[in-house]
Write a protein that binds this ligand. Sequence first.
Ligand code: AMP
Length: 437
Amino acid sequence: QAPAAMPGGHCGVSSPPLHHSVYSLTDSSDIGPDEEPLDARPRPSPLEKLTGDMCKDQSTIKELMIGRRVGFYKVRGEIGCGTFSRVKLAFHALTKDKVALKILDKTRMDAQVQRLLSREISSMELLRHPNVLHLYEVVETPSRLHLVLEYAGGGDLHSKICNEGKLSDNASKVTFAQILSAIKYMHNTNVIHRDLKAENVLFTSTGCVKVADFGFSTRVCNRNDFLDTFCGSPPYAAPELFRDECYLGPPVDVWAMGVLLFFMVTGSLPFRADTMGKLRRRIVEGAYLVPPWVPGPCQRLIRGILKPEPAERYVLDQMLGCDWLLPVEFPWSLVPSEPAAPLHSLLESDWGELEEEAEVQSLMEDLGFTPQHLQNNQLKDCRNPVTGVYRILLHRAQKSRGCDSLPVVRGMVRDPKREGLRAYRGLRHTSFLCQMM
Ligand code: AMP
């Protein structure tokens, strides 16, 4: 009875033929249980052991039933809570990598939440950038949907500023440059985020920015297409969202970046009010004050972004070329082509994965995946556990080559504790610093 009752019944590979249950990814031609005596059989691979346990081991089956395991993941404690979801820490049972499991209760999902969720999944499937949170896999059970996400262990920007105060000028540069890099890449891909706010800017434990929460995102055919749905959080909402019937996507994300930048360098939001009416008025009028102690180049950038008229507002390329970000450099040696200008190389979508792919394939074979598994899966279906393993291992290989390294601010005197840039302790990264300074 157990295998049929287990969650994730959809996730077996379609071919080669399945053995034991939906969770068995074993090519049935590999094993002949009736032909060989037990002790003559080779030791089961980690994959065979796991899929076998999921079908036959009572404690594993119980864990699956009570949600302590989901698909190939072992679930641990809660790490966050959103409007429609709970987020838990989990480990992949085969690769042992940490992931974040965003859990949605299907019984409470109305049509609107389902739409948000499918947008979140389709946008994340499309985007592949070091500063955009990775989606590894989607696991569905009869009652729940689980998004298996890259784990961002460094918390979010909102909590960081609320707990520790504003960021230093250098930490703001490093953080903002990564957000800018992610948004530029998204807009190049015609994806508009529409809910940029400090709560959706996560950090890895090494301080790398991960833009998250794509529930309000949308893909436009053309960046000049008008949109008409009010999305996002009021303090970050652009004036045209309150004023006009329709709006262009990119300037709305740009405005939210201006609010984010102001929040980072001052520790408070530019538009605050005790009623929605007053907040709306302040935003529409563009009524905010930049404290005089904010460095001049940063003030100029904020003023260029927070312009009430979208047509007058800075575009991303103006932000990339602004004086304040001039000293910011990304570790160019991590990206395939020669950078055209500072920041630009990180925006390319081709990450030169061939070398990593060979490494991943070999790791997957060690775990017990056959070349046929990989061929049959094509590694494109996010609802397949083979894709989950592949994406986790690929990201691990990319990280080992430094894809999550932070940009460097030229001439910066480093103080890891004050700057919150712990990645600079890493040997790999230090060597970049030496190359670049
Ligand atoms: P969300 O439902 O996406 O708004 O997430 C709710 C909370 O869970 C966030 O505010 C974060 O604190 C936490 N969280 C979400 N995703 C992750 C992640 N990938 N890694 C670590 N924490 C996360």
